[in-house]
Design a protein around this ligand. Structure first.
Ligand code: KIV
Ligand code: ZN
Length: 506
């Protein structure tokens, strides 16, 4: 059976999305999970864009050995040289060169003639080819470019050594039938097309990214560029999980396969959401909280009698454990360990012990500890272990008469205890002000979101905070059954990340 190459650009186009700031270790963590998921290509970043991006791509190239590690470059010699510098130690490397092709971009942005674009595309592919055999080329804004001109560019870059030709619907303008015809036209009009793989890269501005990608494979494209949870510029990119599960669930229709280990989808989705701070909407296909929940009585009746009545996919296929077993305060180490394994975690002894203690504490406060509670608890433990400053104690008083007051104790890296108190307009404001008095790190809070992990009055609250320092956004997260405590943890987490980034950049 024919296979579609899955090219994941979560760490490049996904990270480009506003506020998606990930640090190097987090990018490496995602890349390792993408390797477990079985993606064929990881676009790890855009090395020339910043020293941080360069370092992250380099580290991923050194550490993640199975997939092809791809670096993005504009059609400039400096970009291509820098891309190669970042990926040269990869087991399998690819340079992805892009240059706008549409008249709209050419005239208004680049101010270059068609001949100049054609010439530069060819020259820069040839330059990348001196470094690696695996070279991808994208004529940006292809869906708004005259097809004849695209055919001409593609023929030239294949001639110069491009092995993958990526057709981007950069602004998410295409309609699937029209985009499919463009792909079909490429196969009919580019004489040397059989020397390269045709790829597509669709944005979701009209909500059509997945549909356009799937239509393209019907027309012969064999690589799809996509991101976990569909994150990316503006309305995002085509969602990896939707594409993979469409191809798998409708194998009868597509007659295609992928290398993806679908049982890792849910875990990857949670990790990306957790680290980027981009929440997954509840009704999101495949990975949303309600994707496999049946509310209507008629549907529930059907699913109990025979799941296939209303379920086209088994939730276990994407790694959502089917078990409805709920843990509680009488559950022991063994039950907790088994649950973790079913959720796809393999923790070190030390991490397990810490998570088990946190589980016991939670089970004392909360009668039923669900899978989502466990995921949130493990994430919280993993977050705090690498923190410079940690929350030691917190006391808040508030109400409609008194002045909100917070006293906070932090543990510094040398074990020293720092304590102070502050007044605020509300309890969270008082907490942040007390922490600011202790750490004195200049920053501005730009976003504050609270969400409950499960339903019920005793649910864990997850807080996401973004702060801005010198034009850079840092995201912090915290979880606790008390949302003021969760807010304090999230704020400290954001400040710790700011400190770590400042330290790393010297
Ligand atoms: O959307 C786009 O055109 C891109 C290119 C760099 C492939 O992201
Ligand atoms: Zn893009």
């Amino acid at each position: 059976m024919d296979r579609v190459i899955i090219f994941d650009t979560t760490l490049r186009d996904g990270e480009q999305a506003a506020g998606g700031m990930l640090n190097t270790q987090e990018k490496l963590g995602i890349a390792r999970q993408l390797e477990k998921l079985g993606v064929d290509v990881i676009e790890a970043g855009f090395p020339v864009s910043s020293p941080g991006d360069f370092e992250a791509v380099k580290l991923i190239a050194q550490e993640v050995r199975k997939p092809v590690i791809c670096a993005l470059a504009r059609a400039h010699p400096k970009d291509i040289d820098r891309a190669w510098e970042a990926i040269k130690e990869a087991a399998h490397s690819r340079i992805h060169v892009f240059l706008s092709a549409s008249d709209i971009h050419r005239i208004h942005q680049l101010k270059k003639s068609r001949d100049e674009i054609l010439h530069t595309s060819r020259e820069m592919v040839a330059r990348a080819k001196q470094y690696t055999d695996d070279v991808e080329f994208s004529p940006m804004d292809a869906s708004r470019t005259e097809p004849k001109y695209i055919f001409q560019i593609l023929e030239a870059v294949i001639d110069a050594g491009a092995t993958t030709l990526n057709i981007p619907d950069t602004v998410g303008y295409a309609i699937h039938d029209e985009f499919g015809r463009l792909i079909e036209g490429i196969f009919q009009n580019v004489p040397n097309i059989n020397q390269a793989v045709v790829s597509v890269h669709c944005h979701n501005d009209l909500g059509l990214a997945v549909a356009n990608s799937l239509e393209s494979v019907r027309q012969g494209a064999r690589q799809i560029e996509c991101t976990i949870n569909g994150i990316g510029e503006r309305a995002g990119n085509a969602s990896l999980e939707e594409i993979v599960m469409a191809v798998k669930t409708r194998r009868d229709f597509f007659n295609l396969t992928t290398n993806i280990n679908t049982a890792q989808i849910y875990k990857t989705s949670r990790l990306v959401s957790e680290l980027t701070g981009f929440l997954v909407q509840p009704n999101k296909a495949i990975v949303g909280a309600n994707a496999f929940a049946h509310e209507s009585g008629v549907h529930q009746d059907g699913v109990i009698k025979m799941p296939i009545t209303y379920e086209i996919m088994d939730p276990r296929t994407v790694g959502i454990p089917a078990s409805s077993l709920v843990l509680g305060k009488l559950s022991g180490r063994h039950a907790f360990k088994e649950r973790l394994a079913e959720l796809g975690y393999s923790l070190s002894e030390e991490d397990f012990n810490r998570s088990f203690l946190a589980f016991k504490e939670l089970a004392d406060k909360k009668k039923r500890v669900t899978d989502r509670d466990i995921e949130s608890l493990v994430a919280e433990e993993q977050r705090t272990v690498s923190e410079t400053y940690r929350l030691d104690r917190i006391q808040v008083s508030c109400g409609d008469r008194g002045i909100p007051t917070a006293s906070v104790r932090l543990r510094a890296p040398d074990g020293q205890i720092l304590a102070d108190a502050a007044l605020g307009t509300g309890p969270v404001d008082a907490v942040c002000k007390a922490i600011n008095r202790l750490l004195g790190i200049p920053s501005e809070l730009t976003e504050f979101t609270v969400k409950s992990v499960t339903e019920g009055i005793d649910a864990i609250g997850e807080v996401l905070i973004r702060i801005d320092s010198g034009g850079i956004t840092y995201t912090g997260r915290g979880a606790d059954t008390d949302i003021i405590v969760a807010s304090a943890k999230a704020y400290i987490n954001a400040l710790n990340r700011l400190l770590a980034a400042k330290k790393a950049s010297g």
